[in-house]
Design a protein. Sequence first.
Length: 415
Amino acid sequence: MVDKLATDKYSVVPVELIFQIHKSPCKVVLAITGGGAEIIGELLRHGSGSATVLDAVVPYSTDSMDRFLGRKPEKYCSEKTARLMAMVAYQRALELSKANEFAGQEIIGIGATCKLKAENEREGRKHEIHVAIQAACKTGVSSLELTADRTREEEEKIAALLVFNVLARHCVVSEIDLSDVIETGEEKNEEVIEKYEFVSRPVGDLLKQRKISQDNNYETLSMARINLKEPEAFEEPGESGEPEKIRLVFPGSFDPCHRNHVLMARLASEKLGEPVHFEISLTNVDKPPIDFISLNQRLDSLRIHKNENFMGGICLTNAPLFLQKADLFPDSTFIIGADTFNRLFDAKYYGGTVNIPAILKHFKEKNIRFLVFHRKSTEFCINPDVPELCEIVSLDEYEDDGTSSTEIRRKCENV
């Protein structure tokens, strides 16, 4: 740790540390929502900034943030939103690094979102800083709640230093000791809370494939299968001989896995006499990929069922569309709900790039079938050519009770 800040009145970070960052092999895209944005200038104004910074954006307004993320976040200032920003920045860094062929360079994305002191703010308004980093096999986030009375400028300085420390740690450069600028006494206890999750190279590589879009349905697809016998263990298909043939697949985000998911899996396994493999696509068509902290939370909600008779395993892919999943899991049956069923055979779901006959043809060529479960408040829209590929589970066998992952997340956040 560096024990004191730079004496240069224009500097937030000692200049020598900035140049150590530039000498490291890291290339970064920074996305910062205003608070702490002065770190961008710190990295650039001393020269050699291009050795580190690929791009830097400041999505300051809510509309700008929505556009940057490709969606409206549940909260604009939160740990989760910082992770989303870091993931979008990482994807941008991958695109820029490929275009410029930075051989041997380590590519990262950093996202920071803050809620700092404002004029005429309501009493009790929380001041907080969240800084996230996304790398090939790592997601990390550092969060700090500011409880002491400070000026806006002082809070900006702390935010910039926290962004620097997240970058410095990854670049193996000394971090700034924050004990001089945050309160650690009993009355104003301020502590940086850190979370990190790491994955194996095969899982990290799922995010490095060419970007999958609705306009290009057949990109290079990959899969990593999780070894449920060992915590946090991953294995590639074929790693230990011929992989088990997968016949029954349950695709979903499982954020988290809940009661209805389990009931559907159990019933499907009993009906077809096959174990269920849960599939999560890390990449999405219209929103950022899943970061590794979020991924591990979803996997934990599935791992608790590892000893159930229906459990076959968990597969991670980069195949968000069912036409792509069909390529990865030929000769299989997919477990889906009525809402997914209605989208599945709608050309609009594929951006209008394929028509219904082409969709049906592809599924038939791959010998794909669908086991469809009712969803509460969802009516079936059945194309006359579709039923031969599907079996709809009757309400006598399964009736959805309305439980949703979204509602579970909201309740957890409000606890």
